[in-house]
Write a protein that binds this ligand. Structure first.
Ligand SMILES: *Cc1c(COP(=O)(O)O)cnc(C)c1O
Length: 379
């Protein structure tokens, strides 16, 4: 005999009660099957360049050992990261994607008496991390659309939203979904205003794609300011999204505290091997950056030439305004086998986020858009 199920929602912590499960959007598995290998997937900011030379061999070499637990210290990958970023091994923690570390930071440092500040249009995971930790969340208004860095982080507004109970600030530079960034000078001024007890997480998931000279990686502050935490990932430019490897860099003492709550074997053996090999392939990464920069410029110019508002981007995607017919345009592109990311969840319902594909994919997207918008779907 089974007992009546309790109200599980009521049993959950208040922060969890306020959440909804991740909406994966379109059923990509079904769409791939329906389009028989021709689907153009520009919805998830994945790399069209594929993995670096040497990565597949590194994965193959790790396969015979998958009956064993992975190295819980992530030693080889940490050595490679330490060398790449000029930090000590004690300044690195590895994650099952950087998403896990963004959540872990909330779990460890935020709570009912330790609030979180994020920017409007900031990456959605930050608010999730705050709520899951039952922490008060403050949203700082983004820069206006008319600003040169349209809807990007307003570091002054973020600093103003910090109060005596704030423990954690999440920034993304560049940001997803806007693509916008802020300068090294702006970050230095922001840090100067920030109280001593406030930790700053700078999510640099798109760092490898940046070409703007005024952008400065927050890793430059690690040696000078113990409040700074930088996260990075192998999911984007390194094209290893399916293996789930991310990392955070911070002061040794801070990393030591995070390590207490990290799941022991959070990064799998294939991911560790692949990420290490990918870091060694610097020529490939440089080509990825150059190719991405060319496609970004080409597609942004082409879309602007069609009268569309394209947000400034230093990432591998463009946020584009399509106006009141955005939903129809997205649906018509999907019928033609092109997947973009709708933005209503971010309060940007008149925008779509377009991940940069190969040159051919981007050209096909543009041709499809011309068709779709010519037949009355346009603005
Ligand atoms: C994609 C992305 C991540 C990376 O997520 P992983 O868990 O490392 O795959 C982190 N932050 C932002 C802003 C992103 O867009």
């Amino acid at each position: 005999m089974s007992a009546a199920a309790p109200d599980f929602d009521a049993l959950a912590q208040p922060g969890i009660r306020s959440l909804r499960a991740y909406d994966p959007g379109h059923d990509l598995v079904a769409l791939r099957a329906a389009h028989d290998g021709t689907l153009i997937e520009l919805g998830s900011n994945e790399s069209p360049c594929g993995i670096a030379p040497g990565v597949m061999d590194a994965i193959a070499a790790a396969l015979p050992e998958i009956h064993r637990y992975p190295d819980p210290r992530g030693g080889a990958l940490k050595h490679a990261l330490a060398k790449a970023h000029g930090v000590a091994l004690e300044q690195i923690i590895l994650g099952n994607g950087s998403h896990e570390l963004l959540m872990l930071l909330g779990q460890v440092f935020a709570g009912p008496d330790a609030g979180v500040v994020v920017s409007q249009f900031g990456f959605a995971v930050y608010a999730l991390a705050a709520r899951a930790a039952n922490a008060p969340l403050r949203l700082a208004a983004a820069l206006p659309r008319e600003h040169a860095m349209a809807r990007g982080h307003d570091l002054d507004a973020i600093a103003d939203a910090v109060d005596a109970d704030t423990r954690l600030v999440y920034l993304a530079n560049p940001n997803n979904p806007t693509g916008t960034w802020y300068s090294g000078d702006a970050f230095a001024a922001f840090l100067a205003k920030l109280p001593a007890q406030v930790l700053v997480v700078v999510d640099e998931a798109y760092r490898e794609y940046v070409t703007a000279p005024d952008h400065v990686s927050a890793t430059a502050w690690l040696a000078r300011d113990p409040r700074v935490i930088v996260t990075g990932t192998f999911s984007k430019a390194h094209a290893l999204a399916g293996l789930r490897v991310g990392y955070a860099l911070a002061a040794p003492g801070l990393i030591a505290v995070l390590e207490r709550a990290r799941e022991s074997f959070n990064v799998n053996a294939l991911g560790l091997a692949a990420a290490e090999a990918s870091l060694a392939a610097s020529t490939h990464l440089q080509q990825v950056r150059v190719r991405n920069g060319e496609q970004r410029q080409w597609l942004a110019d082409a879309l602007r030439a069609r009268g569309l508002f394209v947000y400034p981007s230093q990432t591998n995607f463009l946020l584009v305004e399509f106006g009141p017919h955005t939903t129809q345009i997205e649906a018509k592109l999907l019928e033609r086998g092109i997947v973009l990311r709708p933005m209503a969840g971010y309060g940007l319902g008149e925008c779509l986020r377009i991940s940069l594909g190969t040159g051919e994919e981007n050209a096909r997207l543009l041709a499809a858009l011309d068709e779709v918008m010519a037949c009355g779907g346009g603005r």
